[in-house]
Write a protein that binds this ligand. Structure first.
Ligand SMILES: [Zn+2]
Ligand SMILES: [Zn+2]
Length: 261
């Protein structure tokens, strides 16, 4: 099995609102090609390019796993012409039941339904060998994550917004939650169950005895038009500092000190 972070999530906000840059994960089992979430507005033209870099065509994606129905995770789902869209039944009821959640684009639900390829997960289920959908509610009522159990890698949760970033995994404090208490309990359960988490809006995270560390193998860069100098990077990490150590999965440099202030 191969897992690739196609787009790295980013936790940033602006004064004018939430950026909505979420993680998008590609999984190949050898038999199946699975995409976990589909990014936000603005990601559309980049998706086929990044898949092409790993020799995958849009029409080759068999399954698009939609963790929950927030716009920043689902809005490009229609770009995959042959995929089955998997969404939990509980989340579907949240969307169609008048959630009042500003991040849910209700109109898009009926658009996906019309394809005839939107399927509802009635319970936790095996998506492929070693890949199981599990309930991780709190951020929204029906949010599901993917649990990956494969001997080639540490037990991993593709958490989406069950864990948005490193701070949430460390502290259990979650802003923007449908139910804060449920969300906090979900994070506790995740910590008991896995050692690696791919969050909705951050880098790959490793759960260790004395804290959480972030892997810096994937980096996005903010690009500005020529004539405007680059003002900031999309790199959350500190590198080339003394006391730096290696990330256990990608061997890139991590720095523990930033995480224990
Ligand atoms: Zn969300
Ligand atoms: Zn999100």
């Amino acid at each position: 099995m191969e897992i690739k972070v196609l787009f790295q999530g980013f936790p940033g906000k602006l004064q004018r609102g939430f950026l909505g840059w979420s993680s998008m994960i590609y999984i190949s089992t050898g038999k199946q090609k699975i995409l976990v979430d589909t990014g936000s507005f603005g990601d559309a033209p980049e998706i086929p390019k990044r898949l092409a870099q790993i020799n995958v065509k849009m029409e080759e994606i068999d399954t698009v796993f939609l963790s929950h129905f927030h716009y920043d995770h689902i809005i490009n789902a229609h770009l995959f012409p042959k995929a089955t869209y998997l969404l939990s039944r509980i989340e579907a009821e949240y969307v169609t039941g008048g959630s009042g959640d500003w991040a849910v684009p209700e109109y898009y639900f009926s658009h996906l339904e019309k394809t005839g390829r939107l399927k509802f997960m009635e319970s936790e289920m095996l998506i492929a060998e070693g890949i199981r959908s599990i309930y991780t509610p709190g951020h929204t009522p029906g949010l599901m994550s993917l649990l990956i159990e494969d001997e080639s890698m540490p037990t991993t949760l593709i958490a989406s917004d069950a864990v948005k970033n490193i701070v949430e995994l460390q502290t259990g404090n979650v802003p923007m939650a449908w139910d804060t208490k449920v969300s906090k309990q979900t994070i506790e359960n995740i910590k008991d169950r896995v050692t690696r988490v791919i969050p909705g809006h951050d880098r790959i995270l490793h759960i260790e005895k004395d804290g959480v560390i972030a892997c810096h193998s994937v980096k996005e860069r903010i690009q500005l038009p020529a004539g405007i100098s680059e003002v900031t990077g999309f790199d959350l990490g500190i590198s080339s500092t003394t006391g730096a150590e290696e990330c256990p999965c990608c061997k890139s440099v991590i720095d523990r000190r930033q995480l224990h202030e």
